[in-house]
Design a protein around this ligand. Structure first.
Ligand SMILES: *Cc1c(COP(=O)(O)O)cnc(C)c1O
Length: 421
């Protein structure tokens, strides 16, 4: 059974100040989880998590993680600027981008970030744009399909990212010629893996690659970045990953592959987004309509603008009707937003307790790739983000958008200029 970290009483209190819908983040949960990750990899002296900013690009959240020892993983100009505004620079930033515009490499270079190249041709591009820094990462794509046991997890051969192995060997030699002193490798082979096996299997691929690179080029990598991809149990029946077991799994292959090859000082990095934040955020929304046609519908004050994953991927997000946690789920609903798009449904044929207008619903696991993926379709405005602090108080960490924000990129029409909203 999935339970909400916020109660009806708390939401009734919060909505006296902040109307629904809003995303709410749980500081305590974020910190406890970040500590567990750090502990699971404490065996590796250089271990560092670079939080994938795209998952939850909010400075208050990034600051919490920073206090827990995390750096940031950026992939755009504004993500770099956000990090800079928090005083994060140098080796606390991993810049893992692709199809990178010149100005983004310039910004990353100026901040002294670790630059992770997505492609062989970017060696020349970076050389012409900023010059080659002393430390460089390269992203690896092994091609083919990626499987764990008999399960096909993802299809790297169809993905746009990374160097082939031949390109890596050639690229490493050229980068060394160009003065690179410290090398790192990176790979991201499957997303949202609900399996303790993913990281160890990925680690083995990267560790064996490191050994091969050493044999072929004489270069011993200093850093190995396992990137993101550890998932969370979105469904009640999903089995939660155990980060302790994952850390130990990576340690076992480290000792099997790297240590005998004289690479015991390699630092392990991660770039987790979903695992760091998804379960510690939820979308709090109110039922504002019910509709009875060929199916039963509940209409919410939130819509796909606030959470796009169901519309985009058909993703499952668990729903709790606050105050009705113990009532039987004997009503079948489509739970929808207000967009003129029939895929604006948070749930389809979901069994829930009977919902009345005015009920508060918690949509679970929206802490990563939730607010961040939002958009403004239908001219709908994005919600606020609130932080439930460890002391139980609530802080607004991003206000809701107003029409003025929506119209800010126009210079047209007096009505829009003199807006009261
Ligand atoms: C999206 C992304 C991540 C984070 O992925 P999660 O699935 O949220 O862990 C990490 N690294 C890169 C390069 C990414 O694109």
């Amino acid at each position: 059974m999935k339970t909400s970290f916020v109660t009806l009483q708390q939401v009734e209190e919060i909505t006296k100040t902040y109307p629904t819908p809003f995303h709410l983040y749980d500081e305590k949960g974020i910190r406890e989880n970040a500590r567990k990750l750090k502990e699971a990899f404490a065996w590796n002296k250089g271990f560092k998590e670079y939080f994938a900013v795209k998952a939850t690009p909010n400075p208050y959240i990034i600051n919490i993680l920073r206090e827990e020892g995390c750096g940031v993983d950026c992939s755009s100009l504004t993500e770099l600027m956000l990090s800079e505004s928090l005083g994060i620079k140098g080796e606390e930033i991993m810049f893992s981008s692709n199809v990178t515009p010149e100005e983004e490499y310039k910004k990353a270079y100026d901040l002294g970030a670790f630059i992770n190249l997505d492609d062989y041709t970017h060696i020349q591009f970076l050389k012409e744009t900023t010059g080659i820094p002393e430390t460089i990462f390269c992203r690896y794509n092994p091609g083919g399909v990626f499987s764990l046991g008999t399960d096909i997890m993802d299809n790297p051969g169809e993905s746009k990212y990374g160097f082939t192995k031949e390109q890596l060997i050639k690229g490493f030699r050229e980068l060394k010629e160009l003065g690179v002193k410290n090398f790192g490798i990176h790979s991201f082979l499957a997303s949202n893996t609900v399996s303790n096996e993913y990281y160890p299997v990925l680690a083995k691929i990267l560790f064996e690659l490191a050994v091969e690179l050493k044999e072929q080029t004489g270069i011993a990598v200093k850093y190995i970045n396992l990137s993101g991809g550890i998932g969370v149990p979105y469904r009640p029946e999903d089995k939660e990953n155990d980060i302790k077991i994952i850390g130990e799994g990576v340690r076992a292959v480290f000792e099997e592959v790297l240590v005998p090859n004289g690479m015991k000082d390699v630092a392990i990095f991660t770039e987790l987004g979903r695992f760091m934040l998804a379960p510690y955020g939820c979308l709090v929304t109110k039922a504002i309509h019910e509709k009875h046609i060929y199916k039963e519908y509940i209409g919410l004050d939130a819509c796909a603008v606030d959470l796009m994953r169901p519309a985009m991927y058909g993703a499952y997000h668990h729903i709790t009707v606050l105050g009705k946690e113990n009532e039987p789920c004997d009503h079948k609903y489509d739970v929808t937003g207000s967009l003129c798009e029939n895929n604006d449904k948070f749930a389809i044929d979901r069994m829930l307790p009977k919902i009345e207008k005015g009920d508060y619903l918690v949509i679970h696991d929206t802490g990563a790739h939730g607010y961040a993926m939002g958009y403004n379709y239908n001219g709908k405005l994005k919600s606020a983000e609130l932080l439930l602090k460890e002391d139980g108080t609530v802080q607004m960490i991003r206000r809701a958008e107003t029409p003025k924000d929506y119209f800010a990129t126009f210079d047209f029409g007096d009505i829009l200029k003199d807006m009261k909203y």
